[in-house]
Design a protein around this ligand. Structure first.
Ligand SMILES: C[C@H](O)[C@H](O)[C@H]1CNC2=NC(N)=NC(=O)C2=N1
Length: 96
């Protein structure tokens, strides 16, 4: 069972991430990704889906045309865990 991050651990994890916003009430981090069109947004989602399956950790997300909104939170821990930070890093790498 994965543990929720302490305040210090969370702050350290977030320092290494750009563009992710911490929602304290939800115990989650959010980021919105914009693309040229739906095809590019969906191609990105396909790659994120594969990374999520590989990690055994899955985003809460939505898509509207060229925009993909991703929320990461560890349901099993009731908040943010190291798995969310790791998946956020993997998602950011997909963009490079
Ligand atoms: C059994 C399975 O590994 C768990 O239910 C995993 C799957 N993906 C998950 N994803 C997220 N975001 N939070 C979880 O707690 C979680 N749990």
């Amino acid at each position: 069972m994965v543990e929720k991050l302490s305040d210090t651990e969370r702050e350290a994890g977030l320092r290494g991430l750009k563009g992710w916003i911490y929602d304290e009430a939800a115990g989650a981090i959010d980021r919105v990704f914009k693309f040229k069109d739906f095809s590019e947004a969906f191609a990105f989602m396909s790659r994120v889906a594969l990374a999520a399956e590989k990690a055994g950790h899955h985003p809460d997300w939505s898509n509207s045309y060229n925009s993909v909104s991703i929320r990461l939170s560890t349901h099993d821990a009731g908040g943010l865990s190291a798995r969310d930070i790791a998946l956020a890093r993997a998602i950011d790498k997909i963009l490079i």
